[in-house]
Each structure stands twice: as C-alpha cells, then as structure tokens.
Design a protein around this ligand. Structure first.
Ligand SMILES: Cc1ncc(COP(=O)(O)O)c(C=O)c1O
Length: 387
C-alpha cells in the first residue's frame, strides 16, 4: 500500500467548482458562465505574438531534445535583468527556470521542511502551500491579518520559534487581490529572527492597478539573501497552459533548486523557454494594453458587484479576482452550489482556508457581456438567499 503521507491527498479544493461545472455541462449540455477559474477566460487575452513566433521557430529548428539544467542562459539573463529592474539586484545564476510557480512552491517546501518544522502561511492562502507542508509533516501556523492589507506583526513575532523555517507570503494576495502593505513592519520582525527564510510568491506582481505599486521583502538589501521569490509567466504573459515560471534565490540555495529540478523534471521544455524569452523581449505596449484591458474589466465587475447590497466587496489592488463577503450566516459552499444551478460558477472562499469561509471568489477575465451576465445571475440568486 502507498505511504501514509498521502492521507491528505485530494484534488485541489479551489478547483472543486470547476470540476462540478464541467460535470453539469457534460451531463446536461447547459452552458455555465465560468468565473471560477484562476485563468484567463476571454480570448481577448493572448500571449505576446513574439512568443508564438518563437514557438514556431523552435519547432522548425527541432528543439525536441533534453536540455538539462536550470534554464537557457539567455532566459536566465533576461529574468535576472527583470528582477533587478523590479528592485532585487540579481545575477543569472540566481535564476532557476521551473515548470510554473506551483513547482517553485513545492520545491521550496521540499528544500526547507523536515518533520515537525514550522511554516507560517496566510489564511486564506494558496492551497498547494498547505498541501506540500502537510506532505512533509511540517507544522502549519496560520498568520492573521489586522485588515485585508496588513499582517498582524505582533502575532507574527509571537509565532516564530526555533523550529520555524519558513514564512510564506503572497502579494498581491490570493484570493482577495489586496497588496500586503506593511512590508517594513514585517521586515522589522524578520530581522529579529535570522533563521527564518521568506518564500515570497509574487505571481501577480505585474498585475497591480494604478496608483498602487508592488513591493517585496526581496527589495530590501538586508532581507534579499533570505528571501526566495517565486514567479511565473502564467499570469503576466497569459501562458497558464505553457507551464513556465522561475525561482530567484541566493546562489547557494539556487544550486539546490537546480539539483531538485534536474532530478525531477530535468528541464522545462526548450520550446516553451524560447517562448518565455520572446515574451520578456516583447514591446512595452504589450503590457500596457494588457493592464488597460484588465483595469477596464476590474472596474466593470466591481461597479456591478458593488450595486449588489447583499455583498461586501473591496476593489482589488492587484490580480484578476474579486473576493466578496456573503451576507452574515450564508454558507459559501451552499451559495456556490445554488449559483452553479443558476448557471454561474464561482469558488467558495473556504476552499482557501477557514478564514475564507463566508466569501466567494470570482475572476473578471471574461468578455464584457458575459461578465455582466454572470454578475447579473449571481446577484439575482443572492437576492433569494436567506442569511
Ligand atoms: C498564489 C499562486 N501561486 C502560484 C500559482 C501557480 O502558478 P503557475 O501556473 O505558474 O504554476 C497560482 C495559480 O493560480 C497562484 O494563485
């Protein structure tokens, strides 16, 4: 029989609505509006044209053999430049190209946690963080928020013990799209505990709406060597299915990621690495247009949701999600089940951890008319829900 470590193995809870929606569509032929995906839904969102050209060129050149290693040198150079421009001075050797950020998260937890070690992570958070921590038999401690944009640093300082190995953060946060704003306060606490490494999941760092700006503990010189940054092309370049991301880590640690990568998936597809390099070299207008489109959709979705007095929604500072509080006493899983039967799919907040209960999460990356219809169905159903 398989190992006891699999006792918590289940399909990703945040995708339960997606699975259920697919089942209903298949069995009944009904069309559901998909606001549950952590993905782009509308075909208006596409990777840069330069990436498609690079894929075609790589195929013609026959890049179909192994290329073991931490990534193509040119890609690592371009990513080092990208990280340096953001505020974390980086050399190419500190970049490890991974098959997506999720691999980067798994690798980080595998590299740091032994049985009984402690990892601090937000609640609500990103379920795979917890999944791998549990696999490794680490002790998970949930950090509370003073408000949606500020970690309770007093509690953080009290939580850290000699067994604490990692603090996992993501900003802009998932699932609520808010930035973590009290970076300096968190840094102050972390400087008091030099044995703790920070895993900073920054997959939405480019998807931040004006006037807000992304900030990271890795930009602070005194914490740079203690912070691992996890990022991806999935969201910033509309490449969710191409599976490519990267980890930025201090040199000695980067070598461990490299060894882990070469002993597991060998290398990220060379063709996809070429596509990623081309994306980084795309003209600035690509991101300007992408962010303008996202901003417009965020504003439309927020305006429509804000009209629904039964929901409480903060406008997201980043990401492509809205996270709304249901009326007091309404169970989020029950609400999601009813919404599915109305023909609109969203995710119950409790899929992201106990503190997410009583909320729903939805993406606004749909075509405008479908987005508006999805929110119309949602508000109509909520009007009939008893709190
Ligand atoms: C916070 C967070 N980290 C990591 C990922 C995974 O990204 P990737 O597609 O690069 O594996 C996601 C995907 O939704 C995410 O929300």
């Amino acid at each position: 029989m398989w190992t006891d470590r699999l006792s918590h193995f289940e399909l990703p809870p945040q995708w339960s609505t997606m699975r259920e929606a697919a089942r209903i569509e298949q069995e009944t032929g009904r069309q559901i509006i998909h606001m549950e995906k952590g993905d782009y839904v509308s075909p208006e969102f596409m990777p840069p044209a330069e990436s498609f050209a690079a894929i075609a060129r790589s195929l013609r050149q026959g890049y179909v053999r192994y290329s073991p290693g931490p990534g193509l040198w040119e890609l690592r150079e371009a990513l080092a430049e990208e990280m340096s421009l953001r505020g974390r001075p980086t050399i190419p050797e500190e970049i490890i190209v991974t098959p997506g950020a999720k691999f980067g998260i798994m690798a980080t937890l595998l590299l740091f946690l032994d049985d009984g070690d402690e990892v601090i992570m937000p609640d609500p958070g990103y379920p795979p963080d917890e999944f791998w921590a549990r696999y490794l038999r680490a002790r998970i401690k949930h950090i509370a928020f003073r408000d949606p944009r500020r970690i309770d640093t007093e509690q953080l300082a009290k939580m850290i013990t000699p067994r604490t190995k990692l603090l996992v953060l993501n900003s802009p946060q998932r699932p609520n799209g808010q930035l973590i704003e009290n970076i300096e306060e968190i840094a102050e606490v972390m400087l008091r505990f030099p044995h703790v490494t920070i895993a900073s999941d920054e997959i939405f760092s480019k998807m931040v709406y004006k006037p807000f700006v992304h900030r990271s503990l890795s930009y602070l010189p005194e914490l740079r060597e203690r912070t691992v940054v996890i990022d991806t092309f999935s969201k910033s370049y509309v490449m969710t299915g191409l599976r490519i991301g990267w980890v930025t880590a201090p040199l000695k640690l980067a070598e461990k990621y490299n060894i882990l990568l070469q002993n597991s998936c060998t290398n990220v597809s060379t063709i996809i690495q070429e596509a990623a390099l081309a994306a980084l070299q795309a003209p600035a207008s690509y991101h300007e247009n992408w962010l303008a489109l996202l901003t417009r959709k965020r504003d439309l979705a927020y305006k429509l949701l804000a009209e629904c007095k039964r929901l409480q929604t903060d406008i997201p500072q980043g990401s492509f999600y809205l996270f709304s509080k249901l009326p007091e006493g309404v169970d989020d899983r029950e609400a999601v089940r009813r919404l599915l039967h109305r023909g609109v799919a969203v995710v119950p907040g409790s899929a992201f951890g106990p503190a997410g209960a009583g909320h729903i999460r939805l993406t606004f990356t749909l075509e405008d008319d479908i987005l508006a219809e999805g929110i119309r169905r949602l508000t109509a159903e909520l009007a009939s829900l008893q709190g």
